[in-house]
Each structure stands twice: as structure tokens, then as C-alpha cells.
Design a protein around this ligand. Sequence first.
Ligand code: FMN
Length: 304
Amino acid sequence: MADLSVKIAGIKMKNPVMLASGTCGFGEEFSRVFDLNLLGGIIVKGTTLKPRAGNKPPRAAETPYGMLNSIGLQNPGVEAVINEKLPFLRQFDLPVFVNIAGNSKEEYAELARLLGKAKGVSALEVNISCPNVKHKNSGLFCQDLGDVYAITKAVKRKSRVPVFVKLSAEVSDFKETARAAARAGADGLSLINTLRGMAIDIKTGKPKLANVIGGLSGPAIKPVGIRAVYEAFSAVKIPIIGMGGIASAEDAVEYLFAGASAVAVGTASFYDPLTPFKIIKGLNKYFEDNSFDSVSVIRGRVSL
Ligand SMILES: Cc1cc2nc3c(=O)[nH]c(=O)nc-3n(C[C@H](O)[C@H](O)[C@H](O)COP(=O)(O)O)c2cc1C
């Protein structure tokens, strides 16, 4: 077996394959399909201070090579996550990243403080790129460099664990956005969140999502994710978790070449929950076949 272990922001992982936030809940369902101990890590559902019911249905629609979702951060709230969800995950030898979302930098900071006291949190993933909740001007926090800096800084001040900032590729200057997070002290980046999209049912003329606009994910967005990771890798020194359209070991390898230190699998798990497990197997074969002895041999080594 190849040595696929990686260390990102001081966190040791058996391999670079994680489950992406919002596509694996808090791990309970997945644990019935395969052994969570096999994974590199899990990034759990976006967690807010108060419980959220999310948006009105329909809130998912299939699109060519992907899907749109407008879940709207449905989650039981941070208290229930700490008391009911994290204890379940603690039985596994598995780094747990908790994805957090708020309406202000104060809310993000409070989430970081509360989760900092909780047992079993390896890192925070700060979602400042959710397309399904409304912020000022209906934009995303990550579209404002000042917000990127201020939220990251506020979380860093309160967090006792490494902080990964999750960005969207829907920004005007991706490198500047990555640098703003790094300057504020981010320990890593997660790239990319979904891209805003829309689909219309031509029989009724109505949008397929009740929320009209949703986030596009799946293979359709992979080239955008690869571009984001490639640009961020050249702009900042902190580790990157790459995601967006990963459905095979080859996709994961592509992200590693672009500069990712780890990868996360989202949408592909919906049509085949064994995908993350198959990717780990495929990575082992790829590293063995090529006699590569560690992930760092190819990380960021795209040859131009
Ligand atoms: C149904 C669904 C729910 C999601 N919920 C969250 C979330 O709560 N927080 C977050 O940061 N990203 C969320 N995402 C984005 C994913 O974590 C990931 O960044 C994106 O889907 C791209 O990866 P993929 O193409 O492999 O799905 C969600 C994606 C989907 C499809």
C-alpha cells in the first residue's frame, strides 16, 4: 500500500480524502455504508448558532453533470451539534472539521468560541461562501475583501483549533481573496463552494427550486475548482482542501497536481455513497503504479 498520509495545518490524516460539508450530514448515514475510520477526514454540515429549518422545497434539482441545491443551511444548531452529533463522531479515529456559518462576524466568533470548548473538533471550516442564505446586498461574504479579513480574524481570535476558510470562485480576484484570508491568519483554505445557478421547468415556466437560485455542484464545476486551487496555491502558502466535482481517483489526483493537500467529495456520494472509499482505493493504485512515495511528490507540481 502506498503511503497516502498527509498533515494539514498540523492535523494528521491517513489519506487526503474527506467528505464535503452538507453532503454527509454528521456522518451517521455514511457510517452504515462504510467504515468511517478509512477516511482522511469528515467536514460536517454547516452549523449555525440557532437551529435552522432551511429553505422551502423543492430545494434540489438535477442538472447536466451536476445538481442545484438551495438547502439553506438546515441544521440542528450548535448546541445540538456539540451535545448530540459530535459524541457519535468521537468513536472514530477521524479528524472532524466543523463547518460554521453566521450572519455577522460576531456570530462566527461565537460559534468558534463554543466549538473551541467542545471535544472532538479538529478544525473549523468557515463558510463565507454559501449561496443559499441572504447577506447584505444579497452577495456572499467572500465577495467583500473586508468581510473575508474581518470574519477570519474574528474566528481566529476565538478558535482553539486550526481555521480553514471556505471560498467561492465567484469573486472578481480570486488570488486577492485567498490572500485576505491568509493575512487574517487562516490556517488553510477550502475551495470551492457551489456556484450560483438556476434551472427552469419548461412545462410550467417555474424555477425548479422554490428559492429560484441555488448552488451548482458536481462534475460540471470541476474545472472551476481546479482553476481556483491552482491560483490559490500560487498566491498563498497555507494548505488547501480542494473540492468541486470530484467523483474518481483521477479527479482527486488532478486537484493534488493543482495544489490541494487534501480533497473533499460531495455530490458524487449522492449517486454512489461508496465513492470516497473507491477514491482511496484508486489513489493507492495510482501512487503504487507510479512509484510515488508520498502525496507531496505531486502536490502543486502541474508542469507548465
Ligand atoms: C446538498 C448540498 C449541501 C451543501 N451544504 C453545504 C454547507 O452546509 N456548507 C458548506 O460550506 N458547503 C456546503 N455545500 C458545498 C459542498 O461542501 C462543496 O463545496 C460543493 O458541493 C462542491 O463539491 P461537489 O461538487 O463534490 O459537491 C453543499 C453542497 C451540496 C450539494
